[in-house]
Design a protein around this ligand. Structure first.
Ligand code: UDP
Length: 456
């Protein structure tokens, strides 16, 4: 029998490409053939970051289409990027599908589109192909996006996404409330960028609703009330539990695996892991304060300093810092994060609270020290520290900086808190149970697979 052929279309950012790669591996385990669509820009990064000593088996076909931006243009300018995606990518995707479908034995049988690439669902509908929309964020964020028409109708935001007044919003009585100034699209650039991102998210959400299946990389127990707000959504997370050796991971930067052997030499639960995902940028003063906070803590640490983590040169550490922490601190450009978080030497995770990082830490029972940067990370932090109570969050001083003493103090408090540790381990069990045989996410995923294989 011919294998079903899924075309996988993630949003062009690291925090989307990684979980979609994971999802692709799960689909392959169920007999799917996968064609994975990156933008040309990200395709080049993924290929360049592949391990040189090839253990990666070529199981996923990587293809690319243009995102409409010039090579040197700033892809962190989300307002601009989203406008360009909508202008250029639907045609590119349609042309790609036609080309693939020209070959008889290779026809695309379904499109697995990122919920934030809802336009790809429209392409699927237009071409008579079944589609799933998959969100790699919380159900709470999906609920917010699904409720945009209601927020407009109730006069909470205008049709450009701007709050009419500053107020607290609660989407359901049992969900944490948040301020209208914290709407995800308001964290980018100027008003034009915010309007552009809002329109993009709104349009994509409406389009994604046309999909045959709505899925989300979360699990029921951590946000039950949000699930009630998006009734058709099926939770299939955490998607990451099964990373295996030699599998394509979709990193944009080459991983530094040497930190794993360094971790092997450290005592159990002794190393603070610090990583801020793919997007966060620090100013020089804050970067120094973080370095000095780690030094002051007197603890061992593994710190991911991406080449573009600071708005200046990334090796601009405080004077003498590297020499002073040489015995107990390890700094890498990009880590194999899931393996790091699963390592017994890790004591806690100083994180920006990106959703993937949150799920990865949670699945390994690692307590969090939260340092959200923007967008949904603030909501994720509220869940981590106030709802699930598996972490603490750092506070800024009156000048807007998180000072070194705060970092040291909160690390001491976090690592001395047995309650947080016990709850982290409980949450790990719940996460793992969900994706183990018989678990709710496991069942949802399998039901989806059966349905997608049956309905031709
Ligand atoms: N990541 C990694 N190595 C690093 C830092 C991050 O592999 O050194 C991965 C991490 O495991 C996660 C993704 O990059 O899967 C970041 O996604 P997240 O949603 O946490 O943050 P974003 O980059 O979207 O802000």
């Amino acid at each position: 029998m011919e294998k079903p052929h899924a075309l996988v279309v993630p949003y062009p950012a690291q925090g989307h490409v990684i979980p979609f790669m994971e999802l692709s591996h799960c689909l392959m385990d169920h007999g799917f053939k996968i064609t994975f669509v990156n933008t040309e820009f990200n395709h080049a990064r993924v290929v360049a970051a592949l391990p040189k000593m090839g253990r990666v088996q070529e199981q996923i076909r990587l293809v690319s289409i243009p995102d409409g931006m010039a090579p040197g243009e700033d892809r962190n300018d989300l307002g601009k990027q989203c406008a360009s995606i909508l202008r250029v990518m639907p045609h590119g995707l349609e042309a790609l599908i036609r080309k693939i479908n020209e070959s008889d034995h290779d026809k695309i049988s379904c499109i697995i589109a990122d919920g934030t690439m809802g336009w790809a669902v429209e392409v699927a509908v237009k071409m008579g192909i079944r589609a799933a929309a998959v969100w790699t964020v919380t159900v709470s964020l999906c609920a917010l996006l699904f409720h945009i028409p209601k927020l407009i109708e109730d006069g909470i935001i205008d049709t450009d996404g701007f709050p009419t007044t500053q107020q607290m919003i609660k989407l359901s009585p049992t969900m944490p409330q948040f301020n209208t100034t914290q709407l995800v699209w308001l964290f980018v650039g100027d008003r034009d960028a915010q309007r552009s991102l809002f329109r993009y998210l709104h349009e994509c959400t409406q389009a994604a609703k046309l999909a045959n299946w709505l899925l989300c990389n979360s699990f029921y127990e951590i946000e039950p009330s949000a699930c009630e707000l998006v009734p058709n959504i099926r939770l299939i997370g955490p998607l990451l539990a099964g990373r295996r050796l030699g599998r394509l991971e979709g990193n944009f930067w080459p991983e530094d695996p040497t930190c794993l052997s360094w971790l092997d030499e450290q005592p159990p639960r002794s190393v603070v892991y610090i990583a801020f995902g793919s997007f966060t940028i620090f100013n020089r003063r804050q970067f120094h304060e973080l370095a000095l906070g780690l030094e002051l803590s007197n603890r061992s640490f593994l710190w991911v300093v991406r080449p573009d983590l600071t708005d200046g040169p990334s090796d601009a550490y405080p004077d003498g810092f590297e020499a002073r922490v040489a015995g107990r601190g390890r700094i890498v450009g990009w880590s194999p994060q899931q393996k790091v978080l699963a390592h017994p030497s890790i004591s806690c995770f100083l994180t920006h609270c990106g959703w993937n990082s949150t799920m990865e830490g949670m699945s390994n029972g690692v307590p969090f020290l939260c340092w959200p940067y923007f967008g949904d990370q603030l909501q994720n932090q509220i869940y981590i520290s106030d709802v699930w109570k598996v972490g603490l969050h750092l506070k800024h001083d009156s000048s807007g900086i998180i000072p070194r003493e705060e970092i040291k103090g909160k690390l001491d408090e976090l690592l001395g808190d047995e309650g947080i540790r016990a709850r982290s381990l409980e949450l790990k069990q719940t996460a793992r149970k969900n994706v183990a045989e018989g678990g709710s996410s496991f069942k949802n995923f399998n039901d989806f697979i059966e349905a997608i294989k049956l309905e031709k």
